[in-house]
Design a protein around this ligand. Structure first.
Ligand code: ADP
Ligand code: MG
Length: 355
């Protein structure tokens, strides 16, 4: 028999499309949290509190003291592609905020129960709204879905409950809630080091103490100390690099040759977004191999600012990776700077032991 007849092509139901998209953007609780932290920072917050239950699968709550959300915007808040940050496609090349696609809250509302409580400076009360599948939904079946007036402080509290409740295969893929909590602490810790002027705290539901706590006024070294310990903070040196032609400025903190551990830690921010880069990691490890014993690795915080039009932030659904022009040249200049700092510390140490 010959080839079978092709099946007809049909458009997917919008709810199916949205659920698929949501699963690409929010792979694990840490991705939801990263988006919510970035929103809070974008809103000009100076204090951000995170509360977590069951590794974020049961509850992820983030409370900020930012500018809040207008009551009249609440009905469309969780629709896909609604944003206060991007208007034209061209704006993508000059984007100064973390968010830009208006997809985060929409996605979360398709795979979790989402509650928003928010108060702007101009409003006499806070407003609370519940969301499901991109739309306002009532708090209890049969009730009115409209936002309700409530008491509350200035800023926004986002509560995400039962993440992936309607994606059972994804829900079952998480074996350990403590593993997910560790990833959440990693994300909060990264932003806590990077965001000067913002106080961060992260707490596990039911625990009396906090896992992370930094003050708004803490310096970068103090933030590194609070999150990564004195062993790291006591051995970091500051570095800076810049080049007009390549359109970048870099600054950061790197451990000297007195410090080494089994695994490299790189806190990499490109235009204030926490990202990962295998090429940066490879170059950094190569640089340190001349200074550290075999198997020893450094800690590095690298804050890279690149002219927005040279960066493509839109290559990855979770925005985990970004592409930028002249990557190799920029990385080389940064590593040269680190190398010369390490050499300085190394020679002063040799000098001290000799004298
Ligand atoms: P994006 O950040 O890409 O614009 P989001 O879905 O993350 O999209 O958020 C949609 C909009 O909701 C934002 O543009 C912003 O106006 C508002 N918003 C979200 N979170 C907060 C917050 N914590 N404080 C103030 N406004 C917020
Ligand atoms: Mg956002």
């Amino acid at each position: 028999h010959g080839p079978s007849k092709p099946k007809r092509i049909k458009a997917l139901d919008p709810d199916v499309v949205n659920k698929i998209a949501a699963g690409e953007i929010i792979v694990a609780p840490m991705h939801a949290l990263k988006e919510l932290i970035e929103n809070a920072v974008d809103a000009g917050s100076t204090a951000i509190e995170v509360l977590v239950k069951d590794g974020g699968l049961k509850l992820l709550q983030i409370t900020d003291n930012g500018h809040g959300i207008d009551r009249d915007d609440l009905p469309i808040l969780c629709e896909r592609f609604t944003t206060s940050k991007l208007k034209e496609f061209e704006d993508l090349s000059s984007i100064g905020t973390y968010g830009f696609r208006g997809e985060a809250l929409a996605s979360i509302s398709h795979i979790a129960h989402l509650t928003v409580t928010t108060k702007t400076a101009g409003s006499s009360c806070a407003w609370r709204a519940h969301y499901g599948d991109g739309r306002l939904v009532p708090a209890k079946p049969g009730q009115n879905a409209a936002p309700k007036a409530t008491a509350g402080r200035g800023g926004t509290q986002i509560t995400v409950e039962d993440l992936f409740y309607n994606v059972p295969t994804r829900r079952r893929a998480f074996r350990s809630t403590s593993e997910e909590y560790a990833k959440i602490l990693d994300v909060v810790g990264r932003y806590a080091v990077h965001c000067s002027g913002v106080a961060f705290s992260c707490r596990k539901h039911g625990d009396s103490g906090v896992s992370i706590s930094t003050a708004a006024s803490a310096s970068i070294v103090d933030r590194i100390r609070q999150i990564h310990g004195s062993a790291v903070a006591n051995e970091v040196v500051e570095f800076e690099a810049a080049d007009k032609k390549l359109g970048f400025r870099a600054s950061g903190m790197a451990t000297n040759a007195n410090y080494h551990v089994k695994k490299t830690t790189i806190l990499l921010f490109i235009n204030h977004r926490a990202v990962e880069s295998t090429s940066v990691k490879r170059a950094v490890e190569q640089t340190y191999s001349a200074f550290l014993p075999k198997g020893g690795h450094p800690f590095i915080y690298l804050d890279l600012a690149i002219e927005p039009h040279r960066v493509d932030v839109n290559v990855h659904p979770t925005k985990r990776e970004v592409n930028f022009l002249n990557e190799d040249e920029i990385i080389e200049l940064v590593c040269n700077e680190i190398r010369s700092k390490l050499a300085q510390v190394d020679s002063s140490r040799t000098f001290l032991t000799q004298s």
